[in-house]
Design a binder for this molecule. Structure first.
Ligand code: ADP
Ligand code: MG
Length: 504
């Protein structure tokens, strides 16, 4: 189904240093909040924006003696995401404790899956322009708990802790270091977000922190990456730094660019890059050190004794697979192949699943290209202008389909159709009934058009002389006839008749 795609050879971003050329190597760890009403190990709500500390079960607050109970729906969501990334599903996975101390982590450890993740190797096809794709390999996806939130800016002397987010289910999606530039990194995150939104497994709201990325960046000399790919030996790559907690596509790109140049300057000055965790400061446009590898936590991972290994049945996985929705790449390919749309238009229409559904309702039983034009140019254009979305569109798919039917039948011209769209937008109603009631029907009766042409020709003998000498001036007559018929005469018919009557 995806055979129309051209897989582009890696086009690494090349940065010219003072002494030589450098290439970028990037790997992402994306934290995606699982869309679920309840947390990973408790029944507490995950509702965003609730009163602080109102969505906290005893187990989230780590009350003594409380035991975690796995939320089956969250597991299904992780499996669904894995299937969406064409990944291997591990029927047996296990939870580990990652021990560290922080005020917003009452347990003193995070439950995660270090050694046995639920999802193994997969891939994401990243769109780098119409018809051009890059394959980014996924190493693993594991489930883990989110931490709470420390709030330092509400009081000059105190910090506050909100445990609403404590224990909310996350998926950590780890890529191979296959990403070769800032644009590709942003396109990769955008594609992951799109797939998860189609699947309904993560709402992808980056502003609310429901999707955030740790970005690993290193630089190497041309040729080194190919040697790494051949041998699998990380020794061919440069030392990486990790930029934590990025939740904006724009900042991800800016941070990578800055970080790569910082590393190049260090190496060219004869220094060495130290592996460390860094933070991006969007105000300064810089990354700065947060902690080095030496100060890194010793998490003392060990299997969580409160939780049995997680065993799932292949039949359960098969049931989830059978109920998977059509994914963006497949939908886009189908729009191109079956409806004759351009790659570009198909991409626009499938960007959000709600938009694709709306378009399909408009296109059903109609001309696909015409439906695409109306949805993209008229509807999306207007929605954008008014700051609305498909969910809040005043014009329904059935109404827009009705407009297209009237054009196809020859009842209205494209120009009148725009007026009709305007009426539907402002007043609503049934398109055919409006056309009927307001006398908007196109005049296709040749006799009526001929009469109008004759009338204009008789009334303007001087113009007739000029047009006969210079046929380009015939357009004036066409315009006059269209005006006289209130724009309702079929323009093609008017053109023909005018040319014929003027003897052109
Ligand atoms: P850790 O768990 O210590 O963060 P991992 O080996 O799991 O380390 O790697 C984390 C991420 O870093 C992965 O996405 C991986 O692709 C990426 N990565 C590893 N080596 C490099 C490198 N040399 N340059 C850029 N990214 C890298
Ligand atoms: Mg890491």
């Amino acid at each position: 189904m995806l055979d129309h795609l051209t897989y582009a050879a890696p086009q690494p971003k090349v940065i010219q240093g003072a002494k030589s050329d450098w290439e970028l190597v990037i790997g992402l760890e994306v934290h995606a909040q699982i869309a679920s009403k309840a947390k990973l190990f408790s029944g507490a709500s995950t509702e965003f924006g609730s009163e602080p500390n109102s969505n906290v079960a005893f187990v989230d607050a780590a009350m003594p003696g409380m035991l975690p109970v796995i939320n089956e729906f969250c597991v299904a969501q992780a499996v669904r995401t894995g299937l969406g990334l064409k990944a291997a599903i591990n029927l047996r996975s296990a939870f580990d404790r990652k021990n560290y101390f922080y005020p917003d982590l009452p347990q003193g450890y995070q439950i995660s899956q270090l050694y046995h993740p639920i999802v193994g190797e997969g891939e994401v096809i990243v769109d780098m322009g119409p018809g051009i794709a890059r394959r980014v390999r996924i190493e693993r996806i594991h489930m883990e708990q989110d931490a709470g939130k420390s709030i330092h800016d509400m009081d000059p002397n105190m910090s506050f802790v909100d445990l609403n987010r404590t224990g909310v289910a996350l998926m950590e999606i780890v890529s191979r270091p296959d990403i070769r530039g800032p644009e590709e990194a942003a396109a990769y995150v955008a594609k992951l977000r799109q797939i998860m939104r189609y699947l309904g497994t993560c709402d992808g709201n980056m502003q609310n922190g429901n999707l955030r990325a740790d970005v690993n960046v290193s630089v190497c000399k041309p040729g080194d990456y190919e040697r790494f790919m051949e041998t699998g030996d990380f020794g061919h790559l440069g030392t990486r730094c990790e930029i934590k907690n990025m939740n904006s596509l724009r900042f991800i790109q800016a941070a990578i660019e800055y970080e790569a140049r910082r590393q190049i300057a260090i190496i060219e000055d004869g220094g060495t890059v130290v592996q460390e965790t860094r933070l991006y400061d969007p105000d300064k446009g810089e990354t700065r050190s947060m902690r080095s590898k030496e100060e890194a936590h010793d998490y003392r991972y060990f299997p969580d004794p409160d939780l049995l290994p997680l065993e799932i049945d292949q039949t359960w996985v098969d049931d989830i697979a059978a109920a998977m929705p059509e994914l963006p790449d497949e939908k886009k390919a189908r729009f191109v192949k079956d409806l004759g749309l351009s790659e570009y238009d198909a991409g626009v229409l499938t960007a959000e699943v709600e938009n694709a559904d709306y378009f399909e309702a408009v296109a059903a039983g109609r001309d696909g290209k015409m439906a695409a034009n109306w949805v993209i140019n008229e509807l999306f254009g207007r929605l954008n202008k008014e700051g609305l979305t498909i969910a809040t569109s005043p014009v329904t798919a059935a109404q827009l389909g009705g407009v297209i039917d009237l054009i196809a039948k020859g009842d209205i011209s494209g120009k009148i159709a725009k007026d009709l769209f305007e009426i539907l937008w402002n007043e609503g109603g049934d398109p055919a009934a409006i056309v009927e009631a307001r006398g908007m029907k196109q005049v296709t009766d040749l006799g009526a058009i001929e009469a109008a042409v004759d009338e204009i020709i008789t009334a303007n003998p001087a113009q007739v002389e000029k047009a006969r000498a210079n046929p380009k001036l015939a357009g004036w007559f066409v315009g006059q006839v269209l005006k006289a018929t209130g724009g309702k005469a079929n323009p093609a018919a008017v053109n023909d008749l005018v040319a014929q009557k003027l003897g052109l």
